[in-house]
Write a protein that binds this ligand. Structure first.
Ligand SMILES: Cc1cc2nc3c(=O)[nH]c(=O)nc-3n(C[C@H](O)[C@H](O)[C@H](O)COP(=O)(O)OP(=O)(O)OC[C@H]3O[C@@H](n4cnc5c(N)ncnc54)[C@H](O)[C@@H]3O)c2cc1C
Length: 487
């Protein structure tokens, strides 16, 4: 699903004062010309112009709180470069002042990695938004880090191609942020994560130098994989300024099915069955409580004849999509199913799943724990996590949904204070006990770094620290994110 109008509307209905405009793209107020307060600010203003160094608390506010409302603190200032050259100059100046930097794209991240922890310089990359012409032979394009996913999708589609990663936050999330978090999304089951789409990268390192491998051929080899290393580095190793992205042929036929199931175990069985019968583009799961939240907020009607404990959403793309999905559903003997082929009908089925994040956020500030489980442990996890969360508070609620095909569940816990980490601890330990990963597609950020040791070995963490020290010896880039505090 790309560029859906539904998303434009739903993202703009965000709870509290997050500024998400009709287009979905946040536009911080630029009316007030900032007063540049200190020497650092003056030097940065020389590079980007005073209008792009924000020191006024009102103009900074949208950059300083994360999407969930759980994380954030005042920055020292916000600086908004427009070119790689300006980013490089900013990083050099900050390095000289030993002023730590938090890179930020669309600020849709869900683990507190793109907002200040305590008075850092907030480096907003949104003005690096250019998208190049598509190279139809190499099936690639080059985009500035601040280009939104929707802008990249539009450019690809205008050339008869597609960009393979898709997220519900497409109108605000930037490709720089998506590479930095190694975003997954709804088509990860078919095309992999953001790292798998990266053909090249340009980034500014902590000393201000620029590394650039934008024109490397797809099979270019030799030396360490700097491109892969920066993917998933969450702003701790370099500031991504441009990326070369792989495009795939556009699929002209699509079919979507929403299937009611009575348990997580049944959902896993169906997922395995469908994958055995045809190529699947998306395979998602959500539960009755999440559906109730979405329906109460949107007024959408009940999607199936009966009410079910859980729902599987499957999409098939390519020639004969409707026939392939229909026969697979018939072969599995599924009856309470809604099948959609026309774009509006498909969008309606997707909206039950894609508006869940918004619907949950409207209920309060959620603790969002994005985890991955081996598929054969998914059912045991779901059975255990709901009572586990409830055992901490009578007011607690635990709403689950996720990317079923890859065992990626989003555990959304409501009813706890922002800084109460008891339930985070309990859920993440359960994930580790079942052989899962405490981080799936949202990254580790500030939210989960204290638990990284649960699922990464001491040797892994030592190796990661060595890489960090080599590239950023003064801890300038996003300190307090990803790596756990030293013992
Ligand atoms: C409604 C909704 C649905 C979502 N669905 C999905 C989903 O299906 N799959 C998924 O993976 N995520 C999803 N997300 C989470 C989020 O959209 C992704 O994590 C996205 O990749 C973040 O992009 P961003 O530009 O907003 O990054 P930000 O939030 O601004 O930053 C995220 C991290 O990347 C770093 N960063 C940002 N830009 C750069 C840069 N240029 N250079 C270096 N570091 C940088 C930041 O420091 C931070 O650590 C969803 C979020 C919402 C609100």
């Amino acid at each position: 699903m790309t560029g859906s109008g539904i998303n434009d509307v739903l993202l703009s209905r965000t709870r509290n004062a997050r500024v998400l405009h009709e287009s979905g793209i946040r536009r911080p107020p630029l009316g007030k010309t900032s007063r540049v307060a200190d020497e650092l600010g003056n030097e940065l203003a020389e590079v980007v112009g005073a209008a792009h160094v924000l020191t006024d608390p009102d103009t900074r506010a949208d950059y300083e709180t994360d999407w969930t409302g759980r994380f954030g603190a005042p920055s020292r200032l916000v600086v908004r470069p427009a070119t790689t050259h300006e980013v490089s100059a900013i990083v050099r100046i900050c390095a000289r002042h030993r002023a730590p930097i938090v890179p930020q794209g669309g600020n849709t991240g869900l683990v507190g990695g793109g907002v200040p922890r305590s008075g850092q310089v907030l480096l907003s990359l949104r003005r690096l938004a250019a998208v190049s012409a598509v190279d139809p032979i190499g099936r690639r394009l080059v985009a500035g880090a601040g280009a939104t996913l929707a802008a990249v999708q539009r450019a690809a589609s205008a050339a008869g191609l597609e960009f393979a990663v898709d997220l519900a936050s497409r109108d605000s999330a930037t490709v720089g942020g998506m590479v930095a978090t190694n975003a997954g999304g709804i088509r990860v089951i078919r095309y992999g994560t953001m790292r798998a789409q990266l053909l090249g990268i340009e980034a500014v390192l902590a000393d201000g130098s620029v590394v650039s491998r934008l024109s490397a051929p797809a099979h270019g080899n030799g030396g360490y994989d700097l491109i892969g290393l920066l993917a998933g580095s969450e702003g701790t190793l370099g500031v991504i300024t441009r990326v070369a992205l792989r495009l795939v042929p556009a699929e002209t036929e699509r079919a979507v099915a929403l299937i009611g199931v009575d348990s997580t175990a049944a959902a896993v069985r169906i997922a395995t069955g469908l994958r055995g019968l045809t190529v699947i583009d998306a395979l998602e799961i959500f539960y009755a409580d999440g559906l109730a939240l979405v329906r109460a907020r949107s007024g959408l009607r009940r999607p199936l004849e009966s009410e079910w404990a859980a729902y599987v959403l499957a999409e098939v793309a390519g020639a004969g999509a409707e026939m392939r999905l229909g026969s697979a559903l018939a072969a599995l003997g599924l009856d309470d199913v809604a099948l959609a082929v026309a774009p509006d009908d498909r969008r309606r089925l997707w909206s039950y799943r894609e508006t869940l994040t918004e619907a949950i956020a409207a209920e309060g500030v959620p603790h969002k724990l994005d985890v991955a489980l081996p598929l054969d442990q998914l059912s045991a996890f779901v059975a255990a996590v709901v009572p586990l969360v409830a055992s901490y508070s009578a007011a607690a609620r635990c709403v689950l949904f996720g990317h079923l095909g890859v065992g990626n569940l989003h555990v959304n816990v409501l009813g706890f204070a922002k800084d109460d980490r008891r339930v985070d601890d309990a859920v993440l330990r359960l994930v580790a006990d079942l052989g899962g990963s405490i981080g799936a597609e949202h990254g580790i950020g500030a939210a989960k770094r204290d638990w990284l040791r649960l699922t990464r070995s001491a040797e892994d963490i030592t190796a990661m620290r060595s890489i960090k020290r080599a590239l950023d010896p003064h801890e300038l880039l996003n300190p307090g994110v990803l790596l756990p505090p030293a013992d």
